[in-house]
Ligand binder design. Structure first.
Ligand code: IMP
Length: 434
């Protein structure tokens, strides 16, 4: 099975970084296919800690190709800092490749992100402020800069001459902080970007497909989560990229029939950052307790994450849209000693029981969670002993919780994560290559 995708089943922050790091050891190539540096993951290799936002996680492993696909938006100033961070730690950047079709996040995108949020007033999305939405807007409006443009100076000059004045007018109109650059200073900045990464820019679709033709193992690393998908998420409280299954193909340039396995990463409870509906949210002390026990604070923005019970209506939506062939469950340890664990299995909306996640935000705001109560597990502090014993030695209540999820989602939990370290993992895979 040469391809595996890892996708978050909720609103991001499910622990994909740890699972990707656990599984990418045997992959030859790791590909990011959507999003930008709104993502954030911490990777620990030996005694080195890497905090990455834009670079694919595989970049820190020697001998692997780490690909930024065409569906990603790239902030090259921030990427330069991450590249430096990895180099300082003794890592190599030899494996990094960037799609010539990937769009570039410009300074004005960040300023416009802030200005648009202000305009929304009480309808604020709560973005990460990284300029993600405005960059994807320009892609769709056909006025974006692509990485490949850096290699063509005349094209760059021509595009700058009409895009920059347009953006300056727009910023003035929206009351955004103004941008001091001129056509000339922007051109020289972009030529410096070319010096930095010009030799890494290529047609990554060809690269990925040729690797697959050669029988190489390719891992597609999702960012954010299924519920933040621009089409299928809780619109408008979403990010601006395709985070679900289809995004893998459009964002990396592979055909659907090249996809083999999709592992959905499900946190044992639910979190989300920013605004938007959250039916199983815990607004009281228990929510705060989960936030602090689970360390639920954003890697990118430091914002506290909203916390709530596991919502299987959400996970079913994600599984259907991403084609999960199995799941990895993370952060079960955070639920240790919680006496009762309600699991949301449906919503009650206007007196009706609803099993599928609705599109309407107003319906979602009326939705009441329908819970099935599961028993919690107590007194299981020694994670290493638990892991040594394997799945069958896990507390019965924990196994029931896991198996309830498996039955509901109709897929097996191949990976059970009981802590942040690689060895705090129970691996139930049968014949996977990774
Ligand atoms: P944007 O992607 O910065 O435009 O933000 C849009 C929404 O997606 C906001 O609610 C963000 O908090 C959320 N978001 C973006 N990236 C992440 C992520 O990596 N984890 C969790 N939420 C995210």
């Amino acid at each position: 099975m040469p391809t595996l995708a890892i996708i978050g089943a909720q609103w991001g922050d499910e622990g994909k970084g740890k699972i990707t790091d656990y599984l990418d050891e045997n992959a030859d190539m790791i590909v990011r296919f959507q999003g930008g540096n709104n993502a954030g993951h911490t990777i620990v290799v030996d005694d080195k800690v890497f905090k990455l936002h834009g670079l694919p996680s595989g970049v820190v492993r020697p001998g692997k190709l780490a690909v930024i696909g065409n569906g990603v938006v790239v902030n090259l100033d921030d990427l330069a800092e991450e590249i430096e961070q990895v180099k300082q730690a003794g890592g190599s950047m030899d494996g990094l490749r960037i799609s010539d079709r990937a769009h570039l996040i410009m300074n004005y995108h960040k300023k416009l992100d802030g200005a648009e949020e202000k305009y929304r007033g009480k309808n604020v999305v709560g973005t990460t402020g990284k300029g993600i939405g405005p960059t994807y807007q320009d892609k769709i409006a056909r006025i974006g800069f692509r990485a490949g443009d850096l290699l063509e100076e005349d094209l760059l000059k021509d595009k700058i001459s009409f895009i920059l004045p347009y953006k300056k007018d727009l910023m003035a109109m929206l009351g955004a902080e103004s941008c001091s650059c001129t056509n000339e200073t922007l051109l020289s900045k972009m030529l410096r970007w070319k010096d930095l990464i010009g030799d890494r820019i290529c047609d990554t679709s060809v690269l990925i497909n040729e690797a697959l033709d050669d029988g190489k193992k390719v891992l597609f690393e999702g960012a954010q989560g299924a519920m933040l998908d621009i089409d299928h998420g809780t619109y408008p409280y979403v990010t601006s990229s395709a985070t679900c299954g289809g995004g893998i193909c459009t964002g990396s340039g592979i055909a659907p029939n090249r996809l083999d396995k999709v592992l959905g990463v499900v946190k044992a409870y639910t979190t989300r950052v920013g605004e938007g509906p959250f039916v199983s949210e815990l607004t009281g002390d228990l929510g705060k307790e989960l936030q602090s026990k689970g360390g639920e604070f954003g890697v990118t923005t430091g914002r506290g994450r909203r916390c709530g019970w596991l919502d299987l209506v959400v996970c079913e939506h994600a599984s259907r849209l991403c084609g999960f062939t199995s799941i990895g469950i993370t952060k079960l340890d955070v639920l240790n000693d919680v006496p009762e664990l309600p699991v949301c299995v449906a919503y009650e909306i206007d007196g009706q029981e609803v099993k599928h996640f609705p599109a309407s935000i107003s319906k979602l705001s009326m939705a009441k969670p329908v819970y099935e109560n599961m028993k919690g597990w107590k007194g299981w502090k020694d994670t290493s002993a638990l892991i040594k014993g394997g799945y069958d030695e896990l507390p019965g209540e924990m196994r029931e919780y896991i198996e309830f999820m498996e039955r509901y989602l109709k897929v097996k939990a191949d990976i059970i994560s009981l802590g942040p370290d690689r060895d705090e993992t129970i691996d139930r895979r049968n014949d996977w290559w990774y």
